[in-house]
Design a binder for this molecule. Structure first.
Ligand code: NAD
Length: 247
């Protein structure tokens, strides 16, 4: 379905981003992974190529504006930018807001909010110049929908990402550029490593489906929203969380 489309996935070296890159490539897209982790990023690229997919790795720290501009330019050099997945993110050091250190607050906002702003901004500009429309999917979180104790900066950043997706979607709908936000709940990836195993077990007990999501399950939703199958969907926030926010 995505034959020949060029897609960027930030934070595509491991986790949800890697699963998304693999699925996009399986559907025929040319995938550009932008990540700070070169070793795992190149391993994911090799895996995709081993399955007859097309993929490239570019070093990109999403908290550096010039890195994102260069990433978008690299995609344009592959034939144009059709799909942008702003996925890179960190959880930050868990602490209640009143004890959150300023440097932790700033670092999470730099990566999880400003990084997505630059990704959406420069992808939008490239898609507008290309004149063929495009699809942007921003990876937010259920932490941006409800209060998120001990993950204050993360929740604030993710709420901002949802808002940014809706605003951009309205501004660019007439140009055929769709922008949506995906809000995963607890998903089995390295981002959860900061949580003690006992905390993780408690989290699982609180999920109606009694398990965490898999990166592949989240990737299925992201790729659907990026594909022509979602042609009438823009400005939406999709929760995918095993039912936890329904409680
Ligand atoms: P992960 O830690 O497994 O992977 C994150 C990737 O982002 C890594 O490859 C890492 O190298 C990269 N990255 C980190 N900082 C970066 C930077 N400054 N520039 C570029 N790349 C950077 O995490 P994940 O769980 O796959 O998370 C992916 C997205 O999903 C994040 O935005 C995260 O907030 C969101 N999310 C995850 C969960 C979860 O439970 N795992 C839940 C909700 C939302």
């Amino acid at each position: 379905m995505l034959n020949g489309k060029v897609a960027i996935v930030t934070g595509g070296a491991i986790g949800i981003g890697a699963a998304t890159a693999q699925l996009l490539a399986k559907q025929g897209a040319i995938v550009v992974i932008g990540d700070i982790n070169e070793q795992t990023g190149l391993a994911t690229v090799e895996q995709i190529r081993g399955n007859a997919g097309q993929a490239y790795f570019r070093h990109c720290d999403v908290s550096h504006e010039a890195d994102i501009q260069a990433l978008v330019q690299f995609a344009l050099d592959q034939g144009g930018l059709d799909i942008m997945i702003n996925n890179a993110g960190i959880g930050g050091k868990p602490a209640p807001l009143h004890l959150t250190e300023n440097h932790n607050w700033q670092r999470v906002l730099d990566i999880d909010l400003t990084g997505v702003f630059w990704g959406q901004k420069y992808a939008s500009q490239a898609m507008l110049a290309g004149g063929k429309g495009g699809a942007i999917v921003n990876v937010a979180s259920i932490a941006g929908v409800a209060g998120s104790p001990n993950l204050g900066p993360y929740g604030v950043a993710k709420a901002g990402v949802i808002q940014m997706s809706k605003t951009g979607a309205i501004e660019l709908a007439s140009a055929g550029i769709r922008i949506n936000a995906v809000c995963p709940g607890w998903t089995e990836t390295a981002i959860l490593d900061t949580f003690e195993p006992s905390v993780q077990e408690r989290l699982i007990r609180s999920i109606p489906l009694k398990r965490m999501g898999t990166p592949h399950e989240i990737a299925e939703l992201i790729v659907f929203l990026a594909s022509p199958a979602a042609s009438f969907i823009t400005g939406a926030e999709y929760i995918i969380d095993g039912g936890i926010t329904s409680m």
